[in-house]
Design a protein around this ligand. Structure first.
Ligand SMILES: Nc1ncnc2c1ncn2[C@@H]1O[C@H](COP(=O)(O)OP(=O)(O)O)[C@@H](O)[C@H]1O
Ligand SMILES: [Mg+2]
Length: 364
């Protein structure tokens, strides 16, 4: 039982503080997405904080005194350069991956990063590639919407997506092949999507959206449910606010570009299934992508009118939806007797691993 403990008990009781603990790791991340939360959490845990910051955002991030060091770059891909990797290495830094890393770098680039990455960097490829993603979700026995191989087979409402964590930009709905072609061409002409881009077509599922946020600790082999959020996506949300007569006149293709997040608390009777899905996902990841789904992840989907969940995708790292719980989430207040954000939980895991000399177990 871990209730009202701040450390997994078997770690606290068994561990002797080693000298290595005095040489604490620094936490580094890219300046975007959930960087503030991650670095504040790290600072609260007494770790050094480093932000890889695009020059154009320097002014923003200088406002926050918990950021110890800014590494200023023209673009995030600079961290692939030896010069910057050396700085991070000298600082004993662990890089916390988030959506921006995935959106702005290829899987090959991410995998080539030399410094330790928190969690499993190999699983990020499974997040970026929609076909691999589907495979892992099937292995996890998640109920998933039907995918459509060819636009000519669209016979129901579908959502058309891009690869990677595109943040919903350029995604569109289509009811049949003609509709698909018309919208695709429109978006190509506007430069929103590329002419040769491989799009992924998936059955549209209507219902209440819920993004389920978890943390799996390989140190104590336990799955934690952190919380759930909803995304506010523009301008699909905007279109719902106008009368149908104006919707019908609109020629714009609405997008699913995420603008922000808000909390949702699930009916307690749904929690058992939430844990089961998380457990299954962790099991499947262990099987398909060694060393498995370590650290934070998110299962994203829709509850229908019978409270049946269908999952349309997952994120294999911290999601920005955890930003709503910087002071701790409702479910973590049941597990920890202190305010615990996801950023702080990550830093806590790193400290726990360091104490028992097992940083290798939680990084790749
Ligand atoms: N099958 C689906 N049914 C209904 N809505 C969906 C479906 N798939 C995606 N969406 C909507 O589109 C958004 C973006 O899709 P998602 O697969 O999460 O892509 P991304 O990797 O860019 O986050 C979701 O947050 C949700 O609002
Ligand atoms: Mg998503």
């Amino acid at each position: 039982m871990r209730f009202f403990n701040t450390y997994p008990p078997h770690i606290v009781h068994k561990v002797q503080y080693t000298s290595r603990y005095n040489r604490l790791t620094a936490i580094a991340t890219l300046g975007s997405h959930c960087a503030l939360q991650v670095l504040k959490g790290a600072k609260d845990e007494g770790l050094k904080t480093i932000l890889v910051c695009e020059k154009k955002r320097e002014k923003l991030y200088r406002r926050f005194s918990f950021i110890d060091e800014l590494i200023l770059v023209d673009s995030f891909s600079a961290i692939l350069e030896q010069k910057y990797q050396s700085i991070l290495e000298q600082n004993n830094a662990v890089l916390i991956p988030h959506g921006t890393l995935i959106a702005q770098m290829s899987s090959e680039q991410i995998e080539s990063i030399k410094i330790p990455i928190f969690g499993n960097k190999w699983i990020l490829r499974w997040e970026s590639d929609r076909i691999m993603k589907e495979k892992l979700m099937r292995e996890a026995k998640l109920p998933i919407p039907k995918s459509v191989k060819d636009a000519k087979d669209i016979d129901n409402l579908v959502i058309v997506k891009r690869q990677g964590a595109a943040g919903g930009k350029g995604y569109f709905l289509a009811a049949n092949k003609e509709d698909y072609n018309k919208k695709r061409e429109h978006l190509i002409s506007q430069g929103v999507i590329g002419k040769d881009e491989t799009l992924y077509i998936q059955e549209y599922v209507a219902g209440v959206l819920a993004y389920l946020q978890y943390f799996y600790s390989p140190l104590n082999e336990e799955l934690e449910f952190f919380g759930a959020d909803q995304r506010h996506e523009s301008d699909i949300e905007g279109i719902a606010r106008i009368q149908s007569e104006y919707q019908l006149k609109s020629t714009k293709v609405p997008s699913f570009n995420v603008i922000g997040n808000s909390p949702i608390v699930l009916r307690e009777s749904l929690l058992d299934e939430v844990y089961a899905m998380g457990d299954n996902f962790v099991e499947a990841a262990k099987k398909l992508v060694s060393p498995g789904m370590n650290g934070p992840f998110c299962i994203e989907g829709v509850y229908d009118e019978n409270a049946k969940f269908t999952s349309f995708e997952f994120s294999a790292r911290i999601v920005a939806g955890t930003n709503i719980y910087m002071d701790g989430s409702p479910y973590y207040s049941l597990l920890f007797n202190e305010p615990m954000s996801m950023g702080k939980r990550i830093a806590r895991e790193i400290k726990n691993a360091e104490k028992i000399n097992q940083l290798d177990k939680i990084t790749t």
